[in-house]
Design a protein around this ligand. Structure first.
Ligand code: HSE
Length: 306
């Protein structure tokens, strides 16, 4: 095989209480990445989108992730990478993860699958570190494994894929930029025991709710007392969107990853669409441009594109 094209999905990380340890892959939006083997060594990157991302392989997330993989093989094979990003960088729905995960899965296929998913994740992490300055896998792991995953331990990449009941996800992406590095810097370095108890009870409740298909338990557990109180102040209209979405029938939601996107989970597609209308009605008068998505869980992770 000389070339390959993959679809690399957006991801929803944290899912309220699961800061850095829970994430799910989404059907929409996704990036398209083409990887072509070439005779000469070296990596050439082309972007066919309008985001003006760096094309120097040392500064490009996909370039860094691919180099990390090739170093471990001690292989000098050259590649051309053509990236069409549809997930806007800095959106909070795993744009950098889609680049890093997409390229390592694509290269692994082209090279005859020398690596397993966990190894691919560790190479992709190098790209994520470049993007956010920190090692967290809650976008990358669902992007590679698909569906909903728990990262029980990040340093050892102990990844637990979990079952998830049918869910609809409404996302609004206000077109403002919040850098993940900044959104992490402003987090409290310590939390009270009371908040810790609340948070880990909700994580356990949320995971149990997903495994038991118990929507009411999911609803009761979708709370975040650690990151949301600080980060929500960076997102105009946050409180109004949240309370009106709950009135429209959402199970719950909050900040997608480190923001600025907001997400709401619903049991039915029609509720998800009425939440989209509600979100628009809050954002139209604010005057900040935005994009919305109504989507579902994507169970495969990065997919070969035919
Ligand atoms: N878990 C990470 C955070 C996701 O909330 O900072 C960032 O993409």
């Amino acid at each position: 095989m000389q070339s390959i094209k993959v679809k690399s999905p957006a991801t929803l990380s944290n899912i309220c209480c699961g800061f850095d340890i829970l994430g799910m892959a989404l059907k929409e939006p996704f990036d398209i990445i083409e990887l072509i083997q070439k005779e000469e060594p070296g990596i050439i990157i082309k972007h066919i989108d309008s985001f003006e991302l760096p094309v120097d392989p040392e500064k490009n997330i996909a370039g860094v992730a691919l180099q990390s993989m090739m170093h471990s093989l001690d292989n000098k094979q050259g590649f051309e990478i053509i990236i069409e990003k549809k997930i806007k960088p800095g959106s909070g729905i795993g744009s950098s993860a889609a680049s890093a995960a997409g390229i390592v899965v694509a290269a692994n296929e082209l090279l005859g699958k020398p690596f397993n998913k966990k190894e691919l994740l560790s190479f992709a992490m190098e790209g994520e570190v470049l993007a956010s300055g920190s090692r967290h896998a809650d976008n990358l792991a669902p992007c590679i494994y698909g569906g909903l995953v728990l990262i029980r331990d990040t340093p050892s990449l102990d990844i637990i894929p979990l079952n998830v009941p049918p869910l609809f996800i409404t996302i609004i992406h206000p077109q403002i930029e919040i850098k993940t590095s900044y959104a992490r810097e402003i987090l409290p370095k310590e939390i009270t025991l009371k908040n810790a108890v609340t948070q880990w009870a909700n994580v356990a409740g949320l995971v149990s709710g997903f495994l038991k298909n118990d929507y009411q338990l999911i609803k009761r557990s979708l709370h975040d007392v650690v990151a949301e109180p600080v980060r929500s102040k960076l997102i105009p209209g946050f409180d109004e969107i949240k309370s009106k979405s709950m009135n429209a029938g959402a199970l719950g939601g909050g900040i997608s990853g480190s923001g600025p996107s907001l997400f709401m989970l619903s049991e039915t597609e029609s509720i998800a669409h009425s939440i989209e209308k509600t979100m628009k009605s809050v954002y139209d008068p604010i005057g900040i441009e935005y994009k919305t998505y109504v989507t579902t869980v994507q169970n495969k992770g990065v997919e070969i594109f035919n």
